[in-house]
Design a protein around this ligand. Structure first.
Ligand code: ZN
Length: 293
């Protein structure tokens, strides 16, 4: 039988197969080939107790990816929630998140929340800024429920990692998705709630057919991943068209002469603030690298 691990805790894996949730062990699997199943894994299970819905995970299908933070396999995209106001927009933190996801090759949907209390022209400014960088951007009010359907549409048939700073409204959005889950599959969520544990681990919330949301704890700070400084520019998608105009092929776009990226910043084709964050992160990544050796 095929299924998907939607939660793992204390050596148990909860595997969803159709509309049935199986409580599984995977001991033999680890002994045989050292595979540790992850939340998000597509697995083959063999039933040990039909009545109690217990089974063993006997095989893990090849993964398309395996994220470290959160620890989840086969994610299709990330969705980040930032408040337009209250708390004020923190673009350093947003850009940190975007870099972290770009480095893991995960497309990002940016949700700017609390549009009900923000200035419309300001909201439009942020939307355009990030759309021009190549991101999918949505404005919404999770509290009022406006713009939520538009976001939901982007989640259909996908496994989405939801993240955002505390207070940005991500949990309001996730709760609203979860309420629907409770209505559709009350029995499953009741079973999951029984096992609620204080430690926060990745888990998948089913929000529709083949649609899952992986909620993550709110963050207030974010370390950049341990990357090479040269990898950073690839995490700023809007730089790409201008890199070929740099005189040096290994241009870091920091201090080299005849730099296409810096030229584009001067001409207003790349956001000045985004570029300043690039410089900030570049130093940070370089410092982190020094400390690693
Ligand atoms: Zn350059």
């Amino acid at each position: 039988m095929q299924g998907r691990i939607i939660r793992g805790i204390g050596g148990f894996y909860y595997v969803l197969s159709g509309t049935t949730l199986w409580t599984c062990r995977a001991r033999g699997l680890f002994r045989r080939n050292g595979t540790r199943p992850l939340v998000g894994d597509y697995v083959t299970i063999s039933v040990t107790d039909e009545e109690k819905k217990e089974a063993n995970v006997v095989a893990v299908s090849p993964r398309t990816n395996a994220l470290v933070r959160p620890e989840v396999a086969n994610a299709d995209q990330a969705m980040v929630f930032f408040a337009l106001k209250s708390p004020d927009m923190d673009t350093v933190l947003l850009d940190r998140f975007l870099v972290t996801m770009a480095w893991q090759n995960l497309p990002v949907i940016i949700c700017f929340n609390k549009k009900d209390i923000s200035d419309p022209s300001e909201a439009a400014y942020w939307k355009k800024l990030y759309e021009d960088c190549g991101y999918t951007v949505r404005l919404l009010s999770a509290r009022e429920g406006t713009g939520v359907d538009d976001v939901r549409e982007l989640l259909q048939g996908k496994t989405t990692v939801a993240a955002g700073p505390s207070g940005a409204g991500k949990s309001t959005f996730a709760n609203c998705m979860q309420q629907e889950l409770h209505m559709e599959t009350g029995e499953i969520s009741a079973k999951l709630r029984r096992g609620k544990n204080t430690t926060r681990r990745a888990e998948l919330l089913m929000i529709g057919p083949d649609s899952f949301l992986c909620d993550t704890p709110g963050f207030t700070a974010l370390d950049l991943p341990a990357m090479e400084p040269e990898e950073l520019q690839g995490c700023f998608p809007e730089f790409a068209p201008y890199e070929k105009m740099c005189r040096f092929t290994q241009c870091s776009h920091i201090s080299e002469p005849d730099c296409g990226v810096k030229q584009a910043v001067e001409e207003g084709r790349i956001g000045r603030e985004r570029y300043s964050h690039y410089c900030l992160f570049y130093d940070e990544v370089r410092e982190m690298k020094k400390r690693r050796y």
